[in-house]
Design a binder for this molecule. Structure first.
Ligand code: ATP
Length: 392
């Protein structure tokens, strides 16, 4: 089976300006253009309700598109029925047949397509071997663990040898530990089979660990499609910057003037030649929790802060503190973008900004005792306060 799959030219998926309006006025997907290369593993990620499942269901043919085209390989499948599309979908709820054994469940689709018994048995055995289910073939779903059921559901998809795997939150019913181990197994499986995969999740860690590329969706609009590294280091807007990375990026309203960016009394010189440096302007400044460290004496820009909370994780600690500058409301930025508002709309100070620093566990920190925190000037992100777009 693997040889057969590996020997077949994988097909890619192409979405051209795909939109979806539901009756009742919800526009779930707006003008999405996305190409998934043959053999590639692409993850669609975004918060609840952003349209991920709708997009996946449109690729599967379970949902009609309102406008736009969908290609699988060089075939236009936009109006094809699901069974004509050569895709296999794995859902969050595995929906196994309770009265059938694992063997029966995996082979069911082949039986429906009247694949001869011997070939069926051979393919089911191969899939069971790939997924480590050989010893469970005669059990019924009730006698399996969650992870085992999940693998059976995966087996049903693999045995069909589809051109495309579509997976909608397949791991979300598993406990945290099992999810991590299934993630690794999925990556290995993809390496082995090389089947083009589109995978939906709301979990950015899952997206970053599984995806060769990750597509970030918000309110039905594609924000950025990139490798996990590129998303993390070069987010194109405030939303992506805030969504990717854990703990989340720290944001604060700041001012750029005379070659430096300032907030809360700290002044960080910009690299020479930075296009931001000329002219006074307001920006949203972003700093990852890992770009904050305990200040040494080398003159790096530093903030004096008072830790409010310390979370110990064993080999590192998250130190949370307030900063004397207005908090950035990323949702307000969205509202401002929608309303085409001016800069100032966002500068209504709501609250003080809260920062998280991710420090080694050996760092001495006491709640309530002031300490100096250094900021790495090479790892700053700048965003336009009116639009939320990155400033280069
Ligand atoms: P979740 O992570 O919560 O599953 P999602 O990102 O997968 O969310 P979708 O299920 O694709 O989001 O839904 C996108 C939007 O479309 C939501 O606003 C949802 O309420 C709406 N929607 C989904 N299905 C329908 C439908 N059949 N009729 C009307 N609106 C729908």
């Amino acid at each position: 089976l693997t040889a057969e799959l590996a020997g077949r030219e994988p097909a890619g998926v192409r979405l051209d300006q795909v939109s979806k309006h539901f009756r009742g006025g919800v526009q779930a997907i707006r003008d999405v253009t996305l190409t998934v290369a043959p053999g590639e593993f692409v993850v669609l990620v975004g918060p609840s309700g952003c349209g991920k499942s709708t997009l996946l269901r449109m690729i599967a043919g379970l949902e009609e598109v309102s406008s736009g085209r969908i290609h699988i390989g060089d075939k236009d499948v936009t109006t094809q029925l699901p069974q004509q599309r050569d895709v296999a979908m794995v859902f969050q709820s595995y929906a196994l047949y309770p009265r059938m054994t694992v063997r029966g469940n995996i082979g069911f689709g082949l039986r429906m397509r009247r694949v001869p018994k011997e070939e069926r048995a051979r393919r089911v055995d191969e899939v069971a071997q790939i997924l480590g289910l050989e010893h469970l073939l005669d059990r019924r779903p009730a006698a399996l663990s969650g992870g085992q059921r999940q693998r059976v559901a995966m087996g049903r998809a693999i045995v069909r040898e589809p051109q495309i795997f579509l997976m909608d939150e397949p791991l979300s019913n598993l406990d945290a530990k099992l999810r991590v181990s299934m993630r690794a197994q999925l990556t290995l499986l993809h390496k082995r089979l090389g089947v083009t995969t589109v995978y939906v999740t709301h979990d950015q860690t899952e997206a970053m660990t599984l995806g060769q590329r990750v597509a970030v969706l918000r309110d039905g609009v594609l924000q950025q499609v990139d490798t996990p590294q590129a998303l993390f280091h070069h987010p194109v807007n405030l939303f992506v910057a805030a969504f990717i990375g854990s703990p989340s990026m720290n944001f604060v309203h700041a001012t750029v003037d005379a070659g430096a960016v300032s907030f809360a009394g700290v002044r960080i010189p910009l690299p020479p030649g930075s296009p931001l440096a000329d002219g006074g302007r307001r920006v949203i400044l972003g700093m990852r929790p890992t770009s904050l460290s305990v200040a040494s004496e080398d003159g790096a820009p530093r903030l004096t802060v008072t830790p409010a909370i310390v979370e110990d994780l064993g080999d590192e600690r998250f130190v949370i503190f307030d900063v004397d500058a207005p908090r950035v409301d990323t949702d307000a930025t969205r509202a401002a973008v929608d309303a085409q508002a001016e800069d100032d709309a966002l500068l209504v100070p709501l609250d003080r900004a809260t920062f998280t620093a991710r420090l080694p566990a050996t760092t001495p920190v006491t709640v309530g005792e002031p300490m100096a925190v250094a900021i790495d000037p090479a790892r700053l992100h700048f965003f336009d306060p009116a639009t939320g777009e990155v400033l280069q």
